[in-house]
Structures are given as C-alpha cells and as structure tokens.
Design a protein around this ligand. Structure first.
Ligand code: ADP
Ligand code: ADP
Ligand code: MG
Length: 662
C-alpha cells in the first residue's frame, strides 16, 4: 500500500479524498495556489505545498509543479480528483516516468475516452449502443447541413474535445446549423484549444443516466448500478440520484453489461463512469466515458456502502477487488444537491465574496435511519474567489425510499445556512419540492421547461402562509422581551403589535404561556411553538405535528421569512409606530436603468456592441468570464448605446459600469 498520497486538486473533492486516505492510515499532501492558502483542503492534509498563483494553468494545471511537489514530499501516489488534470493522459504519463502511481485508469484508456469521436467509435466497436449520427469530423457548414439532413433534425453539434457541458449546440433547421457550427467551433477552440466538431441526433426529452464502473488489475470489472443526472442547467448537472426512478433491474443489467463491455475493450482499471442518454421509450445511447471519480459519486456510495475512493486507491496499489458483481447490492435511495455560489434570481450569475455564515446540516443518521452527508471544501469566513468553479458543497441524503430521501433533502436544505454570497439553495428546494420532480418525471430539459423565464421564487404554500405573520409577531415579541427583561418569566406582559404584509394588515396581542406563544387577533387565538433567539438566522416552528424551519432576515421594520424557495416580507411594529411609518418618505433607489453594470466580479472578455448601436431586448451586450463560466449580459429593453466605458479584457468589480445607454 502507498505511504503518502498527494491530492492534485482543491475544494470538496480534495477534502473527500483526504478523508478516506486518513481512514486507511495513509499520509496526505495537499497542493494549493495563492488563492487557497487558507483553504480547507490545506488544513485537512498532513502536509501542504504551495504550487503557484491563483490561475489554474499556473498552479493546479501545472504538471511540472505537481511532480515537483510529489518529489519534495516523497508522495508515492497521486489522486487527481475530478476536473483539472484528472483526465489528462500527459499527466498520467509524466507520473509514470517518475515512478509515482496515478490513482486512475491506464493512459491508453484516458486517451481513447478523452476524445468524444474516438470514444464513440470505441463504444460502437464494443457493441455499445451509440447516438445515431456521423462518426467523422465536420469541416464546413455545408457539410454539416448535408449530414444533419441525413440524420434528421434536431441534431446536436458537439466538440470532440468537449467537457463540462461546453462546446455543444442544438440545431433544429438548416438555418440554425450553419450558425451553430460557427459558434461551437469558436467556443471549442477557445475552451479546449481544439475546434474539431461532430454531429449526432439530438435525443428529445431525454434522461441522463450513467453507470458506475469499478475495475482492478486482476481481470475483475463490475458495475455499481446507475445514477440519474437529468436535472441539468446548461448541460451541467444540478441534482443527481441513485437509483434512477426510470430504470428497473433488467434495464440496469443490460446497461451495466454494456458499460462493462466498453471498459473491458480499453482494458480499464479504477473507477469510471459510462454516461448514457435515454429516450422516453427506455432506449439508451452512449454519450461518453469519464475516466475519473465523478462529482456525484457519493450517491452511489450511499446506496452500495462502497467507498469509491478507497477502491480506487486499492486498485492503484495493485490489490484485487474484494467483492464480485453478485456481492453488490443496492439499498434505499440517495439524492445529491449541488450547492453553488450563484444567484438563482439573477439568471444564475456566479457570486463571489466571503462566506459570512456557513453552517451546513451536520452529517448524521436520524431515528428512521435516514442519512445526511455534506461534502464541502469551504468554511465560515472563507472566500469564494472568481478563479475556480462555484460549487460550495454537495449535500446528500439517503433514506429507505425516494419519498423519504426527498423529504430529508428538503429538511436538510432548510437547515443549510449560507450568508454573504448568493447561493442556489432556494432554487434547489423549489426544484426538489416540485411535483414533477416528486413524480420522477425527469428530463434534461426539466429546468428549462418548469422555470422558463428563470427562477422567480415560488408561491408559499397557503397552509403555511397563514402562520408566517403570526410567527413574525412572535419573533418581534421575543425581541421586545429581550430588550425589557433579562429572561422569559411567567408574568410576561402581553404585547400589542401591528402587522402588515403584501396582502393583509391587522393588529394582534402576543404573550407567552409555556410552552407556547399565544397570538390572538380579533377572530382567533393561535398557540405557536417557536424556537428562536436573537440573531439566529433560522427559526423552528411547530404547527400541529409539522415542524418547519424558516429562514429569518431582519429588516428595519420587520422580517423577511423564507421557506423552500419563497420569501415573505412582513412588517411588525407597535401599532403607534406602524401608523407613523405610513408617513415616512419612500427610499429613492438610484436610477441605473441607463447603465449596464457588471453583475459580478469578473473579466469582461468582449463587448458585442458599439457606441451608437441600437440594441433590442435580449440582444447580447458583453461577455463576462468568472468562475470558469462565460456569462452573456443581455439588453433588457430597446436602447441606443451612448458610451462604452471599458476596454475588452478589463477585470471589474460588482456594479462597475460597462456601458451607458441614451
Ligand atoms: P461530472 O458529472 O463529474 O460533473 P461532467 O462531464 O459534467 O462530469 O463534467 C466534466 C468536468 O468538467 C468535471 O470534472 C468538472 O470538474 C468540470 N467542470 C464543472 N463545471 C465546470 C465549468 N463550469 N466549466 C468547466 N468545467 C467544469
Ligand atoms: P460533457 O463532456 O460536457 O459532459 P456529454 O456528452 O456528457 O458532455 O453531454 C452533456 C449533456 O448534454 C448530457 O447530459 C445531455 O444532457 C446533453 N446531451 C449530450 N448529447 C446529447 C444528445 N445527443 N441528445 C440530447 N442531449 C444530449
Ligand atoms: Mg458528461
């Protein structure tokens, strides 16, 4: 077995690998860039080596620096995690030359699977079903048009070197294919330094279902069942689960056999994933093979009880798998939510800054046996920078069945506290609570279909809505008591409060009668059990048998209470102050409607319009690159560009002015 493993990665996955290595009694080394000097993966490792400046190409992507760090610390193996150098054959080769073990598959397998055209040919030859299409390169728009006509629209144009959901375009007609090819070619060239394209049939309303493979050096190749990853945005996964509600055991076996056949054909070792796209008739087609640990591997671990990182380490050290296909059993249901630093209310723009509060639900198993697991690479006070991808954590739940895994996830998301940066938790809650998700009616177009104009929050369930104003009264009461006396006592005074929300205004009286707060209005009296103390961001209230966790944000006049993707603003004040509030002038918001402001810190890589141009709503104005993503800023209304205020390739802060309109 290895003595010391260097993890050539950062963030949650580096922490994840360190955890297993430690449990196995293996020493660990982290590497870090300038931006990560205080990162969690640095704190968790036994040793850490600084490998350069923040940009990945000068640090986490530098083969030379990682090899130097291995030599310097005497690491005898490297785990690459996912992303960065994990699927880089040159890296695996460089390690081999230094006699350092690569905890991953053989170089040949990485090379074949690293290219979408070569891998598709390989899959075809191994008897795996592939998406109908053209197996060669598409050179010109004319050729593309001919091929697409033959395949039949819609088609997908894909970069052979693609990954991370980039370099892909759908075309529905001859007109779209020419533009699609041009755009995909330039995106592929800039993202991957390789503009080779191919075309295949676009499978409509598909599901993304993938098979986890595990193979050793002793001729054993097994599969660990499927994961469904259909909930995607921009072809990137957001929510994953195992098993899939769409796959039965017969289909699982067929898919598993094909995945194993493909792995065998390239002499695969280590953990790997064969991705398939599946139509609504259960026909499935090979998409690609990821020759590494996958982001969403925890859901497989939760239903199989197998630690994939441990298996990868053992296989790389030459050990044979200690179990066979027939030993693998699937138990219960697991779901993963990717918590991203992005603003769901502003078209998912990435967000950066300091995590003022970071308090995820703790890893635990409850009395029903349900599990919460949170894989994270950050901590309270840490900085989310623009240099790396915006994933903050992977929140997983396990339960004996899908319904309970969903309920557990909703509770866990309710308890997840993040402050200081925008995050997608309200969106995740809304998604998982959506009836179509609960029904398992998933397709890769789920988000586009159900959140067509973007995410605008969801309406608060009516049975809960009625209680929010009362809850706000209790919070205000608790605050007022704290200001008056040292602690709650039997004879606390009753308080009169005035409440105003968007759709109602009334007065009530509140007092405490252990164990309840009693809120009485003209018409009714409600006993509420509220757990909250000043400054807490979450409050728990009990309604009948139901326990709810609400997020509390104090405003100058009351609170904003949030529940599963919906926010309700409630004013609560002593009645005489509420009366005076009506006389207060409204705060004037600065008029920035004739400015295009930079919505996040990032680099404006191109400006798409000139001074004097008339722009139409929806027209692209500029591209801002941040956190590995290109974000197109679009015109919100018709306007004429008066002045462009920056040069291309300028790095800007939030709300810096990019252009002015007339
Ligand atoms: P996964 O299921 O592991 O996300 P994908 O094939 O979707 O697999 O992603 C490929 C790789 O792209 C992953 O290793 C991930 O680290 C990386 N990646 C994730 N997000 C982005 C992004 N926004 N831009 C570029 N690469 C990304
Ligand atoms: P990447 O390497 O970027 O992960 P994939 O080939 O795995 O690229 O595709 C990513 C996603 O794009 C899939 O999960 C699916 O949602 C969509 N996709 C890819 N190919 C097709 C296709 N032929 N038809 C429909 N959707 C597709
Ligand atoms: Mg993929």
């Amino acid at each position: 077995m290895f003595h010391k493993i260097l993890i050539a990665n950062r963030g949650e996955i580096a922490c994840r690998v360190i955890k297993t290595a430690k449990r196995m009694g293996i020493a660990t080394v982290s590497v870090y860039s300038d931006a990560d000097a205080n990162a969690l993966h640095v704190k968790h490792a036994d040793e850490a080596v600084h490998i350069g400046p923040a940009p990945s190409r000068d640090s986490y992507l530098s083969i030379e620096k990682i090899i130097t760090a291995c030599k310097q610390t005497g690491a005898d193996a490297v785990h690459p995690g996912y992303g960065f150098l994990s699927e880089n054959a040159k890296f695996a080769d460089a390690l081999a030359k230094e006699d350092i073990a690569f905890i991953g598959p053989p170089i040949n397998a990485i090379e074949i699977m690293g290219d979408k055209i070569t891998s598709k040919k390989q899959a075809n030859a191994a008897g795996v079903s592939t998406v109908p299409g053209y197996m060669g390169l598409v050179e010109t728009p004319e050729q593309g048009r001919d091929i697409a006509t033959e395949i039949g629209y819609p088609v997908m144009i894909k970069a052979s070197a693609g990954g991370g959901g980039k370099g892909m375009r759908i075309a529905w007609s001859n007109a779209e294919i020419e533009e699609g090819i041009a755009r995909a070619k330039s995106e592929a060239a800039s993202s991957f330094g390789d503009d080779r394209l191919f075309i295949e049939k676009f499978i409509t309303n598909p599901r993304h279902i993938e098979i986890q493979i595990l193979a050793d050096n002793h001729d054993n190749i097994i599969h660990l069942g499927e994961r469904e990853c259909s909930i995607q945005r921009r072809n990137q996964k957001v929510i994953e689960e195992a098993p899939s509600p769409f796959v039965d055991s017969a289909l699982r076996e067929t898919m598993g056999e094909q995945a194993i056949a493909l792995a065998r054909s390239v002499d695969y070792k280590s953990a790997g994933t064969v991705e398939f796209i599946m139509d609504q008739e259960h026909n499935f087609y090979f998409l690609e093979m990821n020759t590494r640990l996958q982001v969403e591997h925890p859901v497989t671990e939760l239903i199989t009880g197998i630690d994939l990182v441990e298996q990868m380490i053992k296989v790389a050290a030459g050990e044979a798998l200690s179990f066979r296909q027939s030993d693998v059993t699937f138990k219960g249901w697991a779901i993963e939510s990717r918590v991203y630093a992005e603003n769901p209310y502003r078209n998912f723009l990435p967000s950066t800054g300091r995590l003022l509060t970071y308090n995820p639900p703790h890893h635990h198993q409850d009395d029903k046996g349900c599990i919460v697991r949170n894989d994270t690479g950050v901590y309270e006070g840490a900085e989310i920078s623009t240099y790396y991808d915006p994933m903050i954590a992977k929140l997983c739940t396990w339960a004996p069945d899908r319904t309970n895994a969903i309920e557990k996830m909703l509770d866990a998301l309710d308890e997840f506290e993040v402050e200081g940066i925008a995050n997608n938790i309200p969106f995740l809650s809304a998604l998982i609570n959506h009836q179509a998700f609960r029904d398992g009616a998933l397709t890769t177009g789920f988000i586009e279909t159900h959140y067509k104009g973007g995410f605008e929050g969801v309406a608060i369930p009516s049975d809960i809505k009625d209680y929010l104003a009362q809850t706000a009264c209790v919070l205000k009461y608790i605050e007022m008591q704290r200001m008056n006396v040292t602690g709650p006592n039997e004879n606390q005074q009753q308080q009169c409060l005035a409440i105003k929300t968007e759709d109602t205004a009334f007065e009530c009286k509140v007092h405490y009668e252990a164990p309840h707060y009693i809120v009485s209005t003209k018409n009714n009296t409600i006993p509420l059990n509220v757990i909250w103390s000043l400054g807490q961001r979450l409050t728990q209230i009990s309604l009948n048998d139901q326990k709810l966790t609400l997020r509390v944000n104090k405003t100058t006049t009351g609170y904003i209470l949030s529940y599963r993707g919906s926010d309700v603003s409630i004013d609560v004040l002593p009645p005489h102050i509420m009366k005076l509030m009506a006389l207060m002038p409204e705060k004037q918001i600065a008029d920035t409607s004739n400015l295009l402001l930079c919505p996040m810190p990032g680099c404006v890589t191109s400006v798409l319009v000139k001074e004097g141009d008339q722009v139409e709503p929806g027209q692209g104005l500029a591209i801002v690159e941040a956190m590995k993503m290109e974000n197109m800023l679009k015109a919100e209304r018709q306007a004429v560009v008066k002045k462009i205020c920056i040069e291309p390739n300028t790095t800007l802060n939030v709300d810096d002015v990019i252009m002015e309109f007339e």
